[in-house]
Structures are given as C-alpha cells and as structure tokens.
Ligand binder design. Structure first.
Ligand SMILES: Cc1cc2nc3c(=O)[nH]c(=O)nc-3n(C[C@H](O)[C@H](O)[C@H](O)COP(=O)(O)OP(=O)(O)OC[C@H]3O[C@@H](n4cnc5c(N)ncnc54)[C@H](O)[C@@H]3O)c2cc1C
Length: 424
C-alpha cells in the first residue's frame, strides 16, 4: 500500500520537491499538496520582472493543473492548513476538513513582515510577496497613483523600480544610510542608488517611518522627522519571516525557522520541512537555491537513497533594478582580513574582495558580474590565492596569468585600473 504523503505549501520549493519525488519514486506515495494561494506554484523570483513589464504572466507559470493530475498528485489550492494533529496524523484545512498523512512535508515559505506603526492596515498599504500584490501594484500604476516603498532591501528596490518603470512617481524610504546594507558596502550601494535615481526613483535614506496617514485610504507616509510624503499606494518591504505558525502549533522545535537536521527531519517523527520556512544548522535561507537543494535531498531520501543536506554557500546573484549584483561569503571583513576594492563609479562598476589568510572569504560585484562563478568557486574551495592576489579582482584570466608568471619568478603584468587594498 502506498504511503500518504502530504505537502503543505505549493510554492517554488514545495513544487520542486513534488517534481523530484514523483520522478524518483513514482509509485511509492499518494501525494496531496495543500496551497494557500488560489493558483498552482509559480515563479516568485520573476515577480519583480513581471511588475516591471519584463516578463509576462505566462513566463511565471511552472506546472498547470493537468500536470498535477497526470502525476497523480491531488492539488488543493486556495486552502490554508490551520493545524497538524501529530497524534492522529492529520492536517486540518480551513474549509476543507482534514487530510490524513503518513509523512508530512512543510514547505510554507515566508511571510512579509508588517510594520506596527499607525495606519498600516489602511487600504492601499500592501506588501510584496505574491501575484495578488503585483496585481494591486499594476492597478495603481494604471491610475498613476504616487507610491512610497518602505524598505531599501532587494524587494523594496525591485518594487520601486517596477513601479517607476510603469510611470509611477515613487519615493523609496529606508532606515539605514545605504540600500541593501546587509549585502552591499557603501561603495556598491551608491552605484545601485545612482542607477535607481536615474530610473526616476526618489530615495530618502536614514528615514524612519512613523506611520501612514489617511481616512478611508492611504494618503501619505509620515516620517519620524515630521516630513510627509503623499502616496496613494504604500508598499511595505521591510523583510520576511519564516512561516512557522503551523509548526509551532504542532509543538515542533522552532527557532527563527522550523528546526531541521541534515536529513531535513523536524523534531517530530515523519514530519519534514524544506525551503524558506526552515532553520538548518542555525541558518534560515532567504533565496530559492538552498530550498531547491533541500527539496532534492529530501526527495532522494524518501525514494530510499542516502542523501544529506549540509548547507549552501550564501550567495546572491541578481539584477537590482537592471544592475547586476553578486554578493557571496563574508562581505563584512573579519578582524585582520584584507579588503581589495576596484571602483569605477562612472562606468557603474564596483568590486570588493575580502581576503583572509590567503583565502578569498567574501566578494561583492556590482555592474559587472561575469566572474561571479570564479569567485564563488574560490570561496567554496578555500583556494590559496597568494600567487594571484594582486590581479584577482580582474577575474580568472589575469589572475591565472599572474600566478603562472609568479611561478616563473617574474613580475606580474600591470593591472588595468586602480586597485585599493585596505586592512580591516
Ligand atoms: C519579489 C520577489 C523577488 C525574489 N527574487 C529572488 C531572487 O532573485 N533570487 C532568489 O533566490 N530568491 C528570490 N526571492 C525569494 C524566493 O522567491 C524564495 O526564496 C522562494 O520562493 C522560497 O520558496 P518556498 O517554496 O520556500 O516559499 P514560498 O515560495 O513562499 O512558498 C510557500 C507557499 O506556501 C504557502 N503557505 C504558507 N502557509 C501555508 C499554509 N498554512 N497552508 C497552505 N499553504 C501555505 C504560501 O501561500 C506559499 O504559496 C524573491 C522573492 C520575491 C517575493
């Protein structure tokens, strides 16, 4: 008899898991997928591009309902799981009764953080997480309603960029002294900010939001210093937190995310978790690749293989408002580390490498990310870069030429631009 496998969450990672498990163990499980959103899983990563008009709704689709049917997967959409009975082994679903399980996979992702300031529940205040949010932003763009985006992280920048592209007057307000302060240092952030301003986004840094003002609908954002910025739409993009409510209710071990081990087992027998909702070795990943790796490992395990998930090197490779950005490893230099910076603001190009004991431990690239894979490999493999240190920032070709020349005890070629090295 087949085991009953229930997956809660039909997001990017939940779907990847279902794809993998149906491929690897087609006859082993009766699978039910429960998704809170009204549509099957779609490519959330493309939502920014969808908002900016760079891709269509079709581009964001993954598998249609026919695929689930053909794969003998029962998909229940628009259905929120509200509780797990670990003793009876049932998942309770709002409006749909309950579904029994032998094995359960939680892939509930993250939910946007909402600010507790006054006025945040007024109509016109939204977050940026799903297709429904994009629909609201597109409608506001059609009305040319001025918008304020709160939060200068990746999502805030993408929301502001997309709205600006749609012809909306956008102001982005951010608490820190630079955008994306967790991934970028000041030099890199300034390049991204300049690109945003060029695209028509007004940026207000070191700005604390005191609240949202309006009677029946948002009318303005009020800052702590007394300024008000008129807005008919406010997009709150101040971060996400793992969706752990179900796991907490079921008594599972939860830190910031649902705690899993290398087997992706939670603290409860037969209950697994993957994706943005988990905390693995103390890390909660906010990107899709680690979730995909977890999905594959868990599918392999459930198919009877011996696979383990040991973590993913944190790296971000994306386009922020059209500007390519890559950030990997430890970009805040540890004490004693050395920082190599190459900055060409007029060309919109910036690179910063963090080197510790002849090993590359972190890298930020803005504007030119061709060599991202090379740097990522050096960090992952802990490669000794002492032979190519001076040319490293220019990428693999110059670095290997330099290492070869050094091996012949000859001087390295002259670098093509100024490189600044500073001790941290
Ligand atoms: C605009 C935007 C741009 C992004 N860009 C990038 C990028 O460039 N690169 C990158 O790596 N990542 C990016 N991300 C992050 C990426 O989308 C996530 O890492 C990824 O979606 C995580 O997948 P997940 O399946 O774990 O969670 P989600 O995709 O969040 O899916 C979880 C699903 O579970 C559902 N759910 C939650 N609770 C329940 C419940 N109780 N019952 C039923 N269903 C439930 C949710 O409704 C949701 O559909 C971006 C995210 C956004 C919003």
């Amino acid at each position: 008899m087949r085991e009953r496998l229930v997956v809660v969450g039909n997001g990017m990672v939940g779907l990847r898991f279902v794809e993998e498990v149906t491929r690897r163990a087609p006859d082993r499980f009766d699978i039910t997928v429960i998704g809170a959103e009204p549509v099957p899983a779609y490519n959330r990563v493309l939502l920014s591009a969808l908002l900016a008009g760079g891709v269509t709704d079709d581009d964001c689709r993954f598998r249609d309902r026919r695929w689930y049917l053909a794969s003998r997967v029962r998909l229940i959409t628009g259905a929120r799981a509200t509780g797990i009975d670990t003793a009876e082994r049932e998942v309770h679903i709002r409006g749909h009764g309950f579904v029994p399980f032998d094995r359960l996979v939680l892939a509930t992702g993250s939910e946007p953080i909402r600010l507790s300031a006054p006025g945040m529940d007024l109509p016109g205040v939204i977050t940026f997480r799903d297709l429904a949010d994009v629909a609201v932003m597109r409608a506001a763009a059609q009305r040319k309603t001025p918008a304020v985006v709160i939060g200068g992280g990746l999502l805030g920048l993408e929301a502001a960029y997309g709205l600006a592209r749609a012809g909306v007057a956008v102001t982005l307000v951010h608490l820190a002294d630079r955008v994306m302060e967790r991934q970028l240092d000041t030099g890199a952030a300034r390049i991204v900010e300049a690109a945003m301003r060029e695209r028509g986004v007004d940026i207000v840094l070191e700005a604390q939001t005191a609240g949202v003002v309006g009677r029946d609908q948002v009318e303005a954002v009020r800052l702590a210093d007394g300024r008000t910025i008129p807005a008919g739409l406010v997009v709150v993009a101040v971060g996400v937190r793992p969706s752990v409510g179900l796991a907490v209710g079921a008594g599972l071990s939860v830190e910031r995310g649902i705690v899993v081990d290398d087997a992706l087992d939670t603290s409860a027998d037969g209950i697994h978790a993957i994706g943005e909702c988990v905390s693995h070795r103390g890390i909660v990943y906010g990107l899709v690749e680690p979730g995909y790796a977890q999905a594959t490992v868990l599918a392999r395990r459930l198919a009877g293989e011996d696979a383990r998930y040991t973590g993913t090197l944190l790296s971000t490779r994306l386009k922020v408002s059209g500007v390519p950005v890559f950030s990997a490893g430890d970009v805040t230099p540890p004490v004693g580390a050395e920082v190599i910076t190459l900055s060409d603001a007029s060309a919109g190009r910036y690179a910063r490498l963090v080197v510790e004991r002849d090993r590359l431990v972190g890298a930020i690239l803005v504007g030119e990310t061709r060599h991202a894979g090379f740097f990522q490999e050096l960090i992952t493999n802990r490669t000794d870069i002492s032979g190519s240190r001076d040319e490293l920032v220019f990428g693999p070709r110059l670095a290997s030429a330099s290492a070869a020349i050094e091996n012949q005890a000859e001087p390295a070629p002259e670098p093509a631009a100024d490189v600044v090295a500073e001790a941290a």
